[in-house]
Each structure stands twice: as C-alpha cells, then as structure tokens.
Design a protein around this ligand. Structure first.
Ligand code: 5AD
Ligand code: FES
Length: 348
C-alpha cells in the first residue's frame, strides 16, 4: 500500500499531507523502493552526474543567535575570522584549477561585508572565471541588496527556510528573527531570477513527523531549484547542545521524497549527513541526491567554521578532499563532473 503511494508520487501525482505523513511514518517499508525510484528520476534529468560546488566559508562572524548554530553571536568560544577579498579570489583560483565551476560564498550575517563589498567580490570572481557560477549563502538581506548582488553576477542563492512552520521557527530562533522576513527573502530572491535553494534541518528540536510532511508540501509549492537538508547535529556551546541529533536514515528517506516531489531539483548530500554517518554522503547520492559541496576554505580557518560538533573535512587540503570524494562517489555508480551544473528543465 505504501509502495503504491511512492509509485504515485514518482508518476507525478501530488500527495496530500496525510499521504506524506503515512510515508514518513512507515518509511521502513518503502525506503528501498523510494531510493530506487528517486535514483531513476535523478538519472532521467541528470544522468549519473554528481555536481560539485566549491564552498568558501569566508566569515564566521554572525550577528544572529539561532539556538542551533555553532557560530551564533552568543558563542564566545569561537575564534572569529574573515577572509579578505583577495583571499576569497585566491580560493576561487585554486578551486578553478581543481575543476570547480561553481563557487559558494557562505558566511554568517556579517555587516563588515557591506552590499558594495559583496558585489565587488562577486564581480571579481566572475571576471576571473566567467564560465563559473557564483552562489551566495549569506543570510537575510533586503531586496535592494539582493538586486545589487544579482547585477554583480551572482547566479544562485542558498537560504534555508529552516522550518516551514512559523511556531516551530520561533522555537529555533530568538524573537528578533522573523519567519515572515525569511519567507520574504525567498520570494525576493526568486523574483530577481536567482536559482534559489531552500532547506531545513532534519530532527531539529521540536520537529515532528507532521512538520516534515508540511516541509514537503511547502517545497512543492515554493518550487526551489535547490534544496539543502541535513541532520541537526548539536553543538556543545549552543542552547541546543544537549539535544538529540537527527538521523541519517530519516534524512536519506527525505532526500528520496524530495527528489520524487521535485524531479529535477539540485539536491546536495550535505556535510552534516557525512558527519552523522561516515558513509552518509554516499547513501545520500544513492537515495537521489546529485550535488556535493566540498570545502575550499583555506585549511587554517576550517576548524573555526563549526556550525555543529565533529564536522568532517576540516583538516584536509581541498585537493585531497576532492580526490577522496571522487573515489567514494564512483562506488555509488555515479561520477563527479566539473560543469556548472545548472538547474535543468529538460530531460537528459
Ligand atoms: N546542525 C546541522 N545543521 C546546522 N545548520 C546550522 N546549525 C546546524 C546544526 N547544529 C545548518 C542550517 C543553516 C546551514 C548553513 O547549516 O540549516 O541554514
Ligand atoms: Fe548566524 Fe543563525 S546564527 S544566521
């Protein structure tokens, strides 16, 4: 019966909240079928190609205080750093040599990086590497800022909504952060023509299976080009330091459901998934994911960008990371490729 539901979803029929909920609750019975159909769906649009994005974590300063996040302003144990624009450009040069054709600039919400400075950094990367895509992941800003970045050449923007449920949002964030503003940001980004990435943590404190069913409905409605999900992992110096982590098994199942709900979505197997389970990223790819985001940040700052405890790949050189990933991914039957990996509307 649940298998039929999965097949219905794979055939393109929209599911109701109750149907998603039934699948989530009975996932053990359908996990394999879901992964099989999700892999087929991914193949249909993207073949066996897995895209890589070079992640440049350029500042761990953040004005916000999300209860889950290790680099929250209130965490005084963090050694703060900022890369200079030249260092960021050097990272992109090194990444280009390694084959990266997408750079993701990720950072906390850091006012030091004014709109003008961010735009200058984006322009610099695009001037050096006109064949590359630039993705920003620097949190909430206003429409006018997003417009400037787009004009400077930014192609994509990642802004996880974190939860589609307003009350739950308030349990994860202090009062000065607003669910409405986050949603407005996502709408603004879409209207400016960015390829937009939304997403949420799996197993964040207070999250229920019903919330997860709502996440899938929300994604179906929003139609983002990218969806980032990963297990919640507690960071010891945050208010959620003693909470339970999310699981790899639920995360991979949700990856399959997301692939089947948004067939051509760009879907990363995240570092958090690889942290909670040593073969999590491979499992993610086999469940329907098709993107990996290895770290391109200079080796000496990696251990300072810890959103959660025990984060993987904080020591290696970027070059080592990518070789290791290529070998691992080959075993899943997929291959890492080095094109820009834009969102596709057409089939393979
Ligand atoms: N565990 C897992 N993911 C986290 N993020 C932030 N803190 C954690 C954590 N403790 C995720 C959030 C954020 C993204 C950059 O990282 O979803 O949007
Ligand atoms: Fe920086 Fe959440 S703590 S945005």
């Amino acid at each position: 019966m649940y298998k039929e539901l999965i097949q219905k979803l794979a055939a393109g029929t929209a599911l109701t909240k109750e149907e998603y909920l039934a699948l989530i609750r009975n996932r053990e019975a359908v996990r394999d079928e879901a992964a099989r159909l999700a892999s087929e769906m991914r193949k249909h649009y993207y073949g066996n190609r897995v895209f890589i994005r070079g992640l440049i974590e350029f500042t761990n300063y953040c004005k916000n205080n999300c209860y889950y996040c290790g680099i929250r302003a209130g965490n005084s144990h963090v050694e703060r750093y900022r890369l200079t624009k030249e260092e960021i450009w050097d990272c992109s040069d090194a990444g280009y040599q390694l084959g990266f054709r997408t750079f993701v600039l990720q950072g906390g919400e850091d006012a030091y990086f004014t709109d003008e400075l961010v735009a200058e950094i984006v322009r610099g990367i695009k001037r050096r590497h006109p064949d590359c895509a630039v993705t920003l992941s620097i949190g909430e800003r206003e429409y006018e800022s997003y417009r400037m970045f787009r004009e400077a050449g930014a192609d994509r923007y990642l802004l996880r909504h974190e939860t589609a449920n307003c009350e739950h949002y308030e349990k994860l964030h202090p009062d000065n952060m607003s669910f409405e503003h986050r949603m407005k940001c996502l709408r603004d980004l879409k209207s400016l023509g960015y390829q937009v990435g939304a997403g949420f943590m799996v197993g964040s404190p207070g999250q229920t299976e019903e919330h997860l069913a709502d996440e899938l409905l929300f994604l179906k409605e929003l139609q983002p080009q990218m969806v980032g999900i990963g297990p919640f992992i507690p960071h010891k110096d945050t208010p959620f330091g003693a909470e339970q982590a999310g699981s790899a098994e639920l995360t991979t199942f949700l990856l399959s459901l997301i692939r089947l709900t948004l067939p051509n979505v760009l879907l990363p197997a995240t570092t958090a998934l690889g942290t909670i389970d040593p073969t999590g990223r491979e499992k993610g790819i086999m469940a329907g994911a098709n993107v990996l985001m290895p770290n391109l940040s200079p080796a000496d700052v990696r251990k300072k960008y810890l959103l959660y405890d025990n984060k993987i790949c904080t020591g290696d050189e970027a070059a080592q990371c990518i070789e290791c990933l290529k070998n691992r991914i080959r075993k899943t039957g997929c291959d890492i490729v080095t094109d820009r990996g834009d969102f596709r509307i057409t089939e393979d």
